[in-house]
Design a protein around this ligand. Structure first.
Ligand code: PLP
Length: 366
C-alpha cells in the first residue's frame, strides 16, 4: 500500500540533526521562549521577507491572535464581519467566530478552489472589516484581486498561509507577505511541519507584532506587569529548534512536490477526472494534489483496492457541520459540489519514483 503520507519517513531524513538538537535543548535547560524561538522567528521572517515573525502554539492560535490584536488596536470590534472562503478547512472559520467576529462565507472559484473574486463585493456591508484569504491546498489566492478589493473598501487583508509555506507570487513576494498579517501552521503534515503543534504570524506591522508578542504570553508587558489581557499561545523551544532544521530543507521539498505535480499533470489521462488548474507553478507548493471526479467515492475505493491510499480534503463543508448549525440554511452550491468531488492523491517529498509511476498507472486504469 502506498500511504497517503508517512510522517515517520518525512522526519527520518533529519534523524541525526533532530536528536542532536534535542540533546542541546536538554542541556540548555531553557524550555520556553529561549534562543531557539528567537532564532526561528528571525529565520522565518527572513524566509518570508517580512519584518516580523511571532512564533505561536498552532495555526489556529496564529489566526486568533491576529484578530485579537486588531481588536486591541481598535481596528476590529466584536460583531464585525470577516469574509472567508466557504470551502476552507474549519479552522479558518473557527478563528473568526472564536474571536467574536462574524464569518461571511463566500464561494470559491471551482477551478482554483480559492475565493471567487467576483462574489466578494456583493457580500460587503457596512459591518465588513476584513477578508481572510486562504491559499488552499498550497496555491496562492488571487493576490491582485484581493488587494484591490481590500483597498477599495478599506478592509484588512489577512492571510491563512497554513498550507502555502514558500509559495511565490509573480512579483516575487512570498506567502506570508501578501497581506497585512499572515498565519502559518507547522502541524506535522504541513509542508513545513514540526514534531508537534506549532504556528507563526508574519507581518510588517510593528504595532501588530508587538501586540501579538504580548498576547501570546499572558499580555505581559514586563516580568510582572500585564498591560493587556492575553493568552498562553507560546511556541515551544523544542519545536522551534526542530523547525530551524526543517526550514533549511523547505525549498528543496517544495521543488520535489512541484516536480511530482508536474508529472501527475502530464501523465494522468483518465476521462472523468479533472486535474487541478495551475497557471503558475511558483504560486503553488502542492501541499495537496486535489483532483475532482463525479464518482469520487468509487474512484477512492478503486485506488485503495489497487494499493493507493487517498484522502478527502474535506468531506463535509463547515456550514454543514453540527458545530455551525446556525449556517445550515445557507446554500453554497459550488462548495457543496467540491466537497462531493475532491480527492487528494499522495504527493509528498518522500514518495519514490516507482510509487509515483504506480499512482499514475492505477489512476489511468480506472
Ligand atoms: C492546518 C490548518 C489550519 C490550522 O492549523 P493548526 O496548526 O492545526 O491549528 C488553519 N487553516 C488551514 C487552511 C489549515 O490547513
Amino acid at each position: 500500500m502506498i500511504k497517503f503520507l508517512d510522517l515517520k519517513l518525512i522526519n527520518k531524513r533529519f534523524e541525526n540533526e533532530l536528536k542532536n538538537e534535542f540533546d542541546n535543548f536538554l542541556g540548555a535547560g531553557q524550555y520556553i521562549l529561549g534562543s531557539q524561538v528567537e532564532c526561528f522567528e528571525k529565520e522565518f521572517a527572513n524566509y518570508c521577507d517580512t519584518h516580523f515573525c511571532i512564533g505561536v502554539s498552532s495555526g489556529l492560535d496564529a489566526l486568533q491572535l491576529i484578530f485579537e490584536a486588531y481588536k486591541v488596536l481598535g481596528l476590529l470590534n466584536e460583531g464585525d464581519e470577516v469574509i472567508v472562503p466557504a470551502n476552507t478547512y474549519i479552522a479558518s472559520i473557527l478563528a473568526i467566530s472564536n474571536t467574536k467576529l462574524v464569518p461571511i462565507l463566500i464561494e470559491p472559484n471551482i477551478d482554483t478552489f480559492n475565493l471567487d473574486i467576483n462574489k466578494i463585493e456583493l457580500a460587503i456591508t457596512k459591518k465588513t472589516k476584513a477578508i481572510l484569504g486562504v491559499h488552499l491546498y498550497g496555491q496562492l489566492y488571487d493576490v491582485d484581486g484581493l488587494e484591490r478589493i481590500a483597498k477599495q473598501h478599506n478592509l484588512l487583508l489577512i492571510e491563512d498561509a497554513a498550507q502555502a509555506h514558500g509559495a511565490i507570487y509573480k512579483d516575487g513576494r512570498k506567502a506570508g507577505n501578501v497581506s497585512n498579517a499572515a498565519a502559518f501552521s507547522f502541524y506535522p503534515t504541513k509542508n513545513l511541519g514540526a514534531l508537534g503543534d506549532a504556528g507563526a504570524v508574519t507581518t510588517d506591522n510593528k504595532e501588530l507584532a508587538e501586540t501579538i508578542y504580548k498576547l501570546r504570553n499572558y499580555g505581559r508587558t514586563s516580568s510582572y506587569e500585564n498591560g493587556i489581557k492575553g493568552y498562553n499561545c507560546r511556541l515551544d523551544e523544542l519545536q522551534a529548534a526542530f523547525l530551524r532544521i526543517k526550514l533549511k530543507h523547505l525549498d528543496v521539498d517544495n521543488h520535489k512536490r512541484r516536480a511530482i505535480a508536474k508529472y501527475y499533470i502530464e501523465h494522468i489521462k483518465t476521462k472523468n477526472i479533472i486535474l487541478p488548474l495551475n497557471k503558475d507553478i511558483n504560486q503553488h507548493v502542492f501541499h495537496l494534489f486535489v483532483i475532482r471526479s463525479k464518482k469520487r467515492d468509487e474512484l477512492k475505493d478503486y485506488l485503495y483496492k489497487n494499493g493507493v491510499e487517498t484522502l478527502i480534503h474535506y468531506p463535509l463543508a463547515t456550514h454543514k457541520q453540527l458545530a455551525y448549525k446556525e449556517l445550515g440554511d445557507f446554500k453554497f452550491s459550488v462548495t457543496e459540489q467540491l466537497h462531493e468531488e475532491v480527492l487528494s492523491l499522495p504527493l509528498n517529498p518522500v514518495l519514490k519514483s516507482k510509487e509515483i509511476k504506480k499512482i499514475v498507472e492505477v489512476v489511468n486504469t480506472y
